[in-house]
Design a protein. Structure first.
Length: 628
């Protein structure tokens, strides 16, 4: 397909998805007004415009090399996007080839002598969104998936907040804050966000169950959403989001919404059971693959085990809380090198960030005034659990470490709880502020003080860490990051100062302008993560790949060290005995370790003995190495 034809097809399928979203909301009795709906449809297209209009890929050719070291072309990229091009894209291609051959996508024969494919949830082999993407070239499908996920997140978040009686303009602020947060934009091409974008929809549909006129349609829609959840590609996120939802509802019942929560439990439970039964064909292979996986065997102890204690203690991750204000505090491996003190890769650490202006609005929780509803007050619990578990703070780390299943989750993933709850609370607080301004105009001092306090904290953080940044060669990039934060706060202060003296002006112009400020800052933070390039440059066959393609089949290959990364051989039609996959079997990695020296513990594994007789047993005919 030409670039124009690909872009036209992508926009056409996306438009169909947008129409279905609008029709679904209207059918549930909650029509999205034309203005917000137009914004929700266009914002993903603008964020991904290079992939849509130019048919570019969000990765560079140096991240898809086959048999030579990574290029030194100077292309600006990010190392952690390697997972997209070397894992997720190959899994998507394996699903594509299976369906094209008229087969069920049960097994990925290109990786590890046949790893689970439908058992690898991240392949999303049965997701309707995945199947729609098969109509497009591989990386155009990635762009389509990203656009639809952003659209679903924007609309779902707005519907949920307005269902909780937040005004439309304040709900728009919260919707933009979460949908452009690092929970979404830093992971937009990963299966994780396919589950995250349905999360606000599940919360919205739970609320609709309490409305008798819409209960039947809400039940059907909730069943559909819960059915799609495990098919979306990331069971860990599904379990995490379900736990957040259960905790939030439990706290609502304790804080005064007992009758409301009790009224939705029975239909919600029925929808969940029905969805589990309908999705069993996908859930069971995933559950069996997880149980037999090497990764499951490595999760013997919770992450924060060394610091867990019955007595109070500080955070196990020093300065981890700074990431909710400054996502690049420890670097990003794009413009700034990483500096010591981080607890994971940049997107893992930054995923709790939903904009410095919305975060500053959380300080309005200290403001007296109008009464807060139980729905908002109960969000404080998952908010605190999310940040506390992520940084290893007592007693949140201890609480999470005692929970079945959830104790195996990487703690930084709980930052998504902070982002969702925080964005919602910020919307609640701005809505509450606009109501109180009509009675007490001096309430303006509270947002001015909140934003000034955050600005002071940002300035102190820069002064404190500037020496460390200079030593790491990161000072110019970090100075720009701090300037972006300061600029957003200054713009927010200007909006409050100009509009909040008149309540009508604040409602009409202040809230929309604050949304623009938060959206622009989050757009800059997210768009800079991706270096778009021509798809034709990806997986260009080297002479060695051309030689291997010409050899009679069947045979397998093995790479020396990191050459010919496992999974990417599918684009050359090569089966690799090595594996890099969340569903890789423990017994298989133990076999390779016993016979070839293949340590099952490292994230990136290598064959130790390329002359091991077991490789003949596995039908390895070629060792792929670097020149010389």
């Amino acid at each position: 397909m030409t670039a124009f034809a690909t872009g036209a097809a992508l926009i056409g399928i996306y438009a169909l998805g947008a129409a279905l979203v609008a029709i679904t909301a209207s059918g549930l009795g909650r029509r999205i007004p034309a203005g917000p709906l137009l914004l929700f449809v266009l914002l993903p297209l603008f964020f991904l415009r290079r992939g849509i209009l130019e048919s570019k890929a969000p990765v560079g050719p140096d991240q898809a090399f086959f048999t030579v070291p990574e290029s030194r072309s100077g292309l600006r990229g990010s190392a952690w996007m390697n997972d997209v091009v070397r894992q997720i894209a190959p899994w998507e291609e394996a699903v594509r080839l299976a369906w094209k051959a008229g087969e069920l996508p049960n097994r990925d024969r290109w990786n590890g002598c046949g790893t689970p494919l439908d058992g690898n949830g991240q392949a999303a082999a049965y997701s309707p969104i995945t199947l729609l993407g098969l109509l497009l070239p591989t990386f155009a499908a990635f762009t389509f998936w990203a656009a639809l996920r952003l659209l679903l997140c924007l609309t779902g978040m707005w519907l949920w907040l307005t269902e909780l009686a937040v005004s439309g303009r304040a709900a728009l602020f919260g919707s933009v804050a979460f949908s452009l947060s690092m929970t979404m934009t830093a992971w937009i091409f990963f299966p994780l966000t396919a589950a995250v974008c349905l999360w606000p929809w599940v919360l919205f549909l739970l609320e609709r169950l309490a409305q008798p006129p819409a209960r039947r349609r809400a039940f059907a829609a909730l069943t559909a959403a819960l059915f799609l959840w495990p098919l979306s590609g990331h069971l860990e996120t599904v379990v995490s989001a379900a736990a957040f939802t259960a905790l939030w509802l439990a706290m609502r019942a304790l804080l005064g919404d007992r009758r409301h929560v009790a009224g939705i439990l029975l239909p919600a439970g029925g929808a969940a059971l029905l969805a589990l039964g309908l999705s069993a064909f996908s859930l069971l292979p995933q559950a069996l693959a997880i149980r037999a996986s090497n990764r499951m065997a490595l999760l013997a102890q919770p992450f924060w085990t060394p610091i867990l204690s019955l007595t109070p203690h500080g955070p196990g991750w020093v300065h981890g809380e700074r990431l909710v204000l400054l996502p690049r505090f420890f670097g990003d491996k794009i413009d700034s090198p990483m500096i010591p003190g981080g607890a994971g890769a940049f997107p893992e650490m930054a995923q709790g960030y939903f904009g410095i202006l919305p975060v500053a609005c959380l300080l309005l929780l200290a403001r007296p005034g109008g009464r807060r509803c139980p729905a908002e007050r109960s969000l404080l619990v998952p908010l605190c659990v999310g940040i506390g578990a992520a940084i290893g703070l007592w007693p949140f780390a201890e609480f999470v470490s005692r929970l079945p299943v959830l104790s195996n989750m990487f703690p930084l993933r709980y930052l998504s709880w902070f982002a969702l709850a925080g964005a919602a609370i910020a919307a609640f607080e701005l809505d509450r502020l606009q109501k109180d301004l009509g009675r007490r105009r001096w309430e303006l001092l509270w947002p001015l003080a909140a934003l000034s306090a955050v600005a002071l904290l940002v300035f102190q953080s820069y002064r404190q860490e500037s020496g460390v940044y200079a030593a790491a060669g990161a000072l110019p990039a970090q100075r720009q990051a701090f300037q972006l934060a300061g600029g957003a706060l200054a713009a927010g202060l200007a909006v409050f100062a100009a509009t909040a003296w008149r309540p009508s002006r604040f409602r009409a112009w202040g809230l929309p302008l604050l949304t623009v400020v938060a959206g622009v800052e989050l757009y800059i933070q997210g768009a800079r993560l991706y270096a778009w390039d021509d798809t034709q440059k990806l997986f260009t066959a080297t002479p060695l790949v051309q030689f291997l393609r010409a050899q009679p089949r069947p045979f397998r290959v093995v790479g020396e060290g990191s050459v010919l990364f496992p999974n990417v051989g599918i684009f050359a039609g090569l089966e690799d005995v090595r594996t890099h996959d969340p569903g890789e079997r423990r017994d298989y990695t133990e076999f390779l370790d016993a016979t070839c020296g293949y340590d099952p513990i490292p994230y990136f594994k290598r064959i130790g003995d390329a002359n091991a007789p077991a490789l003949d047993f596995l039908n390895v005919r070629y060792l792929v190495s670097v020149p010389g």
